[in-house]
Design a protein around this ligand. Structure first.
Ligand SMILES: [Zn+2]
Length: 173
């Protein structure tokens, strides 16, 4: 898959209160928390694109934080990007309006990206891995892949230079 992304940035970890309600329901070893509204936006966008036979992608906004010595990423919002897509590639348009309707909260950061697959399965291709390494190499940066043909959502992160599956928990927002 071909993916280009116009911008991202490195971020500093924050500590989040252990009383955070999203974390409380998640269990001790979760890597990623995802709001239910972000999951439904990604699902709808991916299935929409799938009905047109193409991929889609967007950015994930939220907060990475340290919890008991581990990095946990909280994804609050997903924002679809203007793209040019085919059945097996998606490229961000350099000049395009970011659609409104799901705007990130003030203070939240770009914590990763999502994109869909149209039938090849749920995995990170070598291009996906290169994209992750180039734009989202900060600890806690997340890649969400939605495989629209099997309706599966998976989270991936870079762990010591390699892409690994991350456990995630959905919370109500
Ligand atoms: Zn991919």
């Amino acid at each position: 898959m071909t993916v280009r992304i116009v911008g991202s940035r490195r971020f500093r970890m924050r500590k989040l209160s252990v009383r955070d309600s999203a974390l409380q329901g998640a269990g001790a070893s979760v890597d990623v928390l995802i709001s239910a509204s972000a999951v439904s936006l990604i699902t709808e966008d991916s299935l929409n694109a799938f009905s047109l036979g193409i991929e889609t992608m967007g950015l994930l906004y939220g907060i990475p934080f340290l919890h008991e010595g581990r990095v946990v990423t909280k994804i609050e919002t997903a924002v679809k990007l203007p793209t040019t897509a085919t059945p097996n590639s998606v490229v961000v348009k350099r000049e395009g309006e970011i659609p409104s309707g799901s705007s990130p909260r003030e203070g939240s950061l770009v914590v990763g990206w999502y994109h869909s697959h149209t039938g090849a399965g749920n995995f990170m291709s070598s291009t996906d891995e290169a994209t992750q390494g180039k734009w989202f190499s900060s600890p806690g940066s997340v890649s969400l892949v939605y495989d629209a043909s099997h309706r599966t959502l998976c989270a991936y992160r870079l762990m010591e230079g390699d892409v690994a599956k991350a456990s995630f928990h959905t919370y109500r927002d």
